[in-house]
Design a protein around this ligand. Sequence first.
Ligand SMILES: O=C(O)c1ccccc1N[C@@H]1O[C@H](COP(=O)(O)O)[C@@H](O)[C@H]1O
Length: 213
Amino acid sequence: MNTVKICGLKQEAMIETAIDAGADHVGFVHFPKSPRHLELARIEELAHFVGKKAFSWVVLAKPSVELLLKIAQDLPSVAGIQVHGALDADMLAQVRAVRHDLKIMRAYSVSLTGDLPTQEEMRCYDYVLFDAKPKADDKLPGGNGTRFNWEIMQGFRAPVPWFLAGGLDAENVQIAISQSGAKMVDVSSGVEAQPGVKDEKKVEAFIKAARFE
Ligand SMILES: O=C(O)c1ccccc1N[C@@H]1O[C@H](COP(=O)(O)O)[C@@H](O)[C@H]1O
């Protein structure tokens, strides 16, 4: 069964819908420019609500080390941090020293095979994720509903689990899986009625389509 992550959730009811439909991972965005932005205290509340029923991620873009450490210290219910943008080894070591069980997922923006990281680089993280490169006028580093050429992932091997993301929806996710070879998929915009507002039927349809093998 493919693994599914539903990102940009904001309310308990929609989290319940996603988990009941089979979502294994859920994500909460902390990035003020995003229509999915939540304050850290609310993210802890939602991650606590999720509990062991799914894996809870906080999604960040170019975070400071202070923000990473705050999450590691103050958000015990969160299981992982998804970072769009570079992270240096020292930052990672500081976070892991505070909470060794907190998983780190590095999100890469890709469009060509040459954008894919090396095996050695990926080994620094617990998970990696591949999303499309934002366009020049996009305000967000991810969550733009933009897809990339999934065929660049053909034959791709990673030393850690990897998610395919970027512009997925219920209609295209099976094609994306077969073209990329992904076993783990992540969606945000493609299950929304409008930016920041998830649609229950789209969430359920995506999970059903993504899990089908
Ligand atoms: O969703 C956001 O607002 C966001 C903000 C900052 C960084 C990442 C963000 N979203 C992540 O981008 C990918 C792809 O999303 P989409 O399906 O193309 O909308 C996903 O991991 C989102 O969590």
